[in-house]
Ligand binder design. Structure first.
Ligand SMILES: CC(C)(COP(=O)(O)OP(=O)(O)OC[C@H]1O[C@@H](n2cnc3c(N)ncnc32)[C@H](O)[C@@H]1OP(=O)(O)O)[C@@H](O)C(=O)NCCC(=O)NCCS
Length: 290
């Protein structure tokens, strides 16, 4: 008698599960993005359920926990909730999320819900607090050198200032993610005015695109300057996910060649609103981390 899905154990995922995680993503028509999985599994906690027939993983979910910031609190981001198509609609998604909620205890949670995932999160008590639009395409700028805001590549000496700025803007301490950024990203840049860092952003690779995120900036002009400096050449597509409240940046990206690709709902559990200053958060590192 095969073990019923409801009795399959939930276990911690490790780096040894990378290929199976990517296979599961592919099974749900998501990009494999092993590079992103490796960051998430090293900086966060992966939960998984093995396929009862020995075919890799039946379910995954990654929780990235952030520390307490001086003007915020603790927060964990939930991402990569994926159920193999052959096991969908049989309660595995609810079971894994119930496990995550139990493990989180009183720590508030945030996630970006796909239209498919949203009903499940709503039933579990998550509420929507915003919308993020993913845009994709080749960025075509008439004169990439004409930006009014100066940016430069980040150096190791910038890391403490980047962490301080991020703490303030994100409202939770993401040091363990930020210290991994120089190795994870292809390019990391800062905007600086009068020796103060006013923004930073990273560009990291997937097989098909370069992704820009996180993108933290004092204002839209600074965000545009960072995107301009980080964008790949016209032959390689760029992807980024922008809070729709940043209408001006989104319109500018679309005017210069990027196309809408997906809409996700920003949802929280345990807090009505996210800490920090959302006006300076333009793009998450990835939708799995906020
Ligand atoms: C979204 C997703 C995670 C949901 O996981 P799931 O395991 O299919 O979800 P569940 O089975 O727990 O619940 C989904 C539905 O199945 C129903 N269901 C649960 N057990 C069932 C059973 N034994 N028989 C029939 N239906 C069942 C639930 O009531 C629910 O129905 P409803 O949506 O009509 O209310 C999954 O479809 C998925 O991986 N999608 C692709 C990736 C994605 O979008 N992930 C979300 C990222 S935010």
């Amino acid at each position: 008698m095969p073990t019923p899905l409801s009795a399959l154990p939930i276990r911690r995922l490790t780096m040894r599960d990378l290929t199976d995680c990517a296979d599961l993503a592919e099974d749900r028509d998501w990009a494999r993005e092993e590079h992103r999985w490796s960051l998430l599994l090293s900086a966060g906690t992966g939960h998984g359920i093995d396929d009862p027939d020995g075919k890799g993983l039946a379910a995954t979910c990654v929780v990235t926990s952030y520390g307490r910031a001086p003007h915020g609190g603790e927060l964990s981001a939930v991402g990569m909730l994926l159920i193999a198509g052959r096991h969908a609609r049989q309660g595995l998604g609810r079971r894994l999320m119930t496990h995550v909620l139990h493990e989180a205890g009183t720590t508030p949670l945030v996630l970006h819900a796909t239209p498919q995932g949203r009903p499940l999160y709503e039933r579990l008590g998550f509420t929507g607090t915003g919308t993020t639009e993913t845009v994709l395409g080749a960025l075509r700028l008439p004169d990439p050198t004409a930006s009014p805001v100066a940016t430069r590549p980040a150096t190791a000496a910038d890391l403490p200032a980047i962490v301080r700025l991020d703490n303030e803007v994100f409202g939770a301490d993401r040091t363990h993610i930020l210290t991994r950024l120089p190795a994870f990203a292809d390019r990391l840049r800062v905007a600086e005015e009068a020796s103060t860092i006013t923004g930073y952003a990273a560009a990291w690779p997937t097989p098909a695109t370069d992704v820009i995120g996180p993108l933290v900036a004092r204002d839209t002009d600074t965000a545009k300057a960072l995107v301009t400096a980080l964008a790949p050449g016209p032959d390689r597509p760029l992807r980024t996910s922008v809070d729709v409240r940043h209408e001006e940046l989104l319109s500018w990206l679309k005017e210069h060649g990027l196309e809408p690709s997906a809409l996700t709902t920003l949802m929280t559990y345990g807090i009505p609103e996210l800490p920090g200053d959302r006006t300076r958060q333009f793009a998450p590192l990835s939708l799995a981390t906020d």
